[in-house]
Design a protein around this ligand. Sequence first.
Ligand code: ZN
Ligand code: ZN
Length: 379
Amino acid sequence: MIAISEKRDYYEVLGVAKGASSADLKNAFRSLARKYHPDRSQEDNAEEMFKEIQEAYAVLSDEQKRAQYDRFGHKGPGGGSPFGGFGGGGFNINLEDIFGGDVFSNIFGGGGGGGRRSRRRGSDIRMFHTVDLKKIHNGSQEEVEVELPVACSKCAGTGAKDGEIADCRECNGQGRVRMRQQVGPFVQDVVRDCPSCEGSGHQIEEQCSTCRGKGKEIKATTLRFNIPAGAESGTRLRMRGKGEPAPNGKGEDGDLFIEIEVEEHLWFERSSADLIMSLPLGYSDLVLGTSITLEHVDGKDLTIKVPAYSNSGDTIEIRKRGLPRNRGSGRGDVIVLLKLHMPKKVDKKSKKSLQELKDVLAPKDILERIKADAKDRRN
Ligand SMILES: [Zn+2]
Ligand SMILES: [Zn+2]
């Protein structure tokens, strides 16, 4: 027990000002209690802190006690504690009142309805599946070999030898027990998962030797699923009941989610149904124009016609050669961004040719070049 003289100021404990409103106190208490709740907190001094927080809140949230504390501090009018027996279980705070039902079940894990339900259902499993743009374009039927957990065939997922499970004697098969708990100076009524059966309500006399009581085994499974044409990266396909088997073979199996990832393409980037690429071209290609043919995701050739006198930064749109639209019909476009490819090195002979072309490529007079540029910008 902390000696009275070493006690921290209650306002300081809750991190609020002396004149704090009851709403401020409540908020401060809530966030601190969540942080330091011994069941949840990772902090080393969680339990000690939690007690301190509870005590401070118990006093400051009571108008009369708060007034007394404001006047006399920890010492009280006659010396010693004015509040009599902090350590003796004098306060009974119902945390559910303070946190509300939802938060209560969050803090206490299996304490709420959600926790109960999740114990009756196997966990979901997520796996990733990577496909290339061609498959996204055409849609595809996939067949994948995976290893998935399934209910142990020997014990039907119960984890018990010959599948024999009895009701837990501790909780009569309810999975939950009501407990009176002393946290620091407070007595709480808490409904918890039964410690004996961990909330399952079952008791296993003898474990299944095949799965060592786990109720599941790993099995190679062939999954078949369709990738819809135009699917986006991150699309999740759900396979019901292919997740973790239900605990103890009772209840619902979890689901398997297959998340589609689209492989990076060498030149295309995707913007929903449009395919965007940058096309590096030589200076002469830009000046004279050119035609370039690439293998395309739709299986046909994609021909890009670059007109003469194109600029680096110009775009060419090739309509309806993008991907099929995910929702609705038709296809997106291919958008080609022209880019000047700058050589890293030029040999002597080419340098000479370039020198000869200098006056052809740009007017010799700088003012003439500036005027031409200004005119281009205005158009
Ligand atoms: Zn039990
Ligand atoms: Zn088994």
